[in-house]
Design a protein around this ligand. Structure first.
Ligand SMILES: [Zn+2]
Length: 341
């Protein structure tokens, strides 16, 4: 089997930044990006010799003035995100929560986040046998992958960005939900390079997809994680955003609350989107992703994504259903929101 490309190779911060710099040009169908923050000024060239006459020995000049270097502001790179989607959906394929493929995907995400400098921990998630969208599934274990910044204190104010890594058994899950995972990984890279004021915890959840009907047979990874949080830990979470099915082409980015408790957060994210000229639309009553486990526990949570598409939960959920511009919008909105905290 070919080594998954992007998750292994593209993980380095340096490479990521390099790629970011190389792909700063705007895709033809994307709105113009704001002026680049990287100064394009050339370093001052050494004084040119003023002709053959200037051979007289000169006093030694001082060593060249060092050019002040400034880390360029990180930019969301939708191409890197698409490469990750291909790795997950094409190279690895369907990632049922207890499968070998899921474990492989979780390993890759874990390594990537470690390489970015996060403290990465995992949680074992036990799931029952059942039926996943028409396919019988056995009981087994899945995994949550949690990435915290160094010296993170989960009892101090922070925000949480989550995406589920598993799929239903028949689907390669490019849109559902390699798209969300790929945006999460890009945001983790950017956050590592330029941490927002409020610390960000990133979680790739296992076992989100249903194994039967009803709320109790859904969102196992996030539900277990939230159940295990202490009161103080829950209170410290200022906001949770679930990225779930965020790449299908649409005229806007759905920003969805589950209950009224998420409406302020939804407003904040939409306000951040307006500042970067990304169209969004509001929706409510969305209880079908990891944010719901938090909302039920009293934490403000919303979900980005949920545009309907033909390949949903089918073998047709391949990378071609994902639109680069939409991925770029979601990444841009999320980064703008994280910056606004
Ligand atoms: Zn999903």
């Amino acid at each position: 089997m070919t080594a998954p490309r992007a998750l292994l190779a593209g993980g380095g911060l340096a490479l990521g930044l390099l790629l970011g710099a190389c792909t700063a040009s705007t895709p033809a169908d994307a709105p113009p990006t704001p002026t680049e923050s990287v100064s394009a000024t050339d370093p001052p060239s050494p004084a040119a010799p003023s002709g053959p006459a200037s051979r007289t020995p000169q006093p030694p000049t001082t060593s060249p003035t060092p050019i002040p270097t400034r880390n360029p502001a990180p930019e969301f790179d939708a191409r890197d995100a698409l490469a990750d989607i291909e790795t997950l959906a094409d190279d690895i394929g369907p990632r049922e929560a207890t499968s070998k493929n899921f474990a492989e995907a979780a390993d890759l995400v874990e390594k990537r986040l470690e390489k970015l400098g996060y403290d990465v921990t995992t949680e074992k998630v036990t799931v029952p046998a059942g039926n996943s969208w028409g396919t019988p599934v056995r009981s087994g274990t899945s995994r949550n992958v949690i990435a915290d910044p160094v010296k993170f204190d989960d009892e101090k104010p922070h925000v949480v960005v989550v995406a589920h890594l598993d799929t239903v058994p028949v689907a390669p899950g490019a849109e559902d939900n390699a798209s969300g995972v790929s945006v999460l990984l890009e945001l983790a890279r950017m956050t590592a390079a330029a941490p927002p004021d409020l610390p960000v915890r990133f979680i790739a959840f296992g076992a989100e997809e249903p194994r039967g009907a009803g709320d109790a047979l859904h969102h196992f990874g996030s539900q277990q994680h939230v159940d295990d949080l202490s009161k103080a830990e829950r209170r410290a979470i200022r906001a949770v955003v679930a990225l779930d099915r965020v790449g299908v082409r649409a005229s806007s980015v759905p920003v969805c609350s589950a209950r009224a408790s998420g409406n302020d957060l939804r407003g904040d994210v939409r306000a951040a989107a307006r500042k970067v000229d990304v169209p969004t639309r509001s929706c409510g009553g969305n209880t079908t992703s990891g944010h719901w486990s938090y909302v039920k526990a009293g934490v403000p949570g919303i979900r980005l994504g949920s545009v309907p598409y033909a390949g949903y939960h089918s073998p047709g959920d391949t990378p071609d259903v994902v639109d680069r511009r939409q991925i770029d919008r979601v990444g841009t909105v999320m980064w703008a929101w994280l910056q606004s905290l």
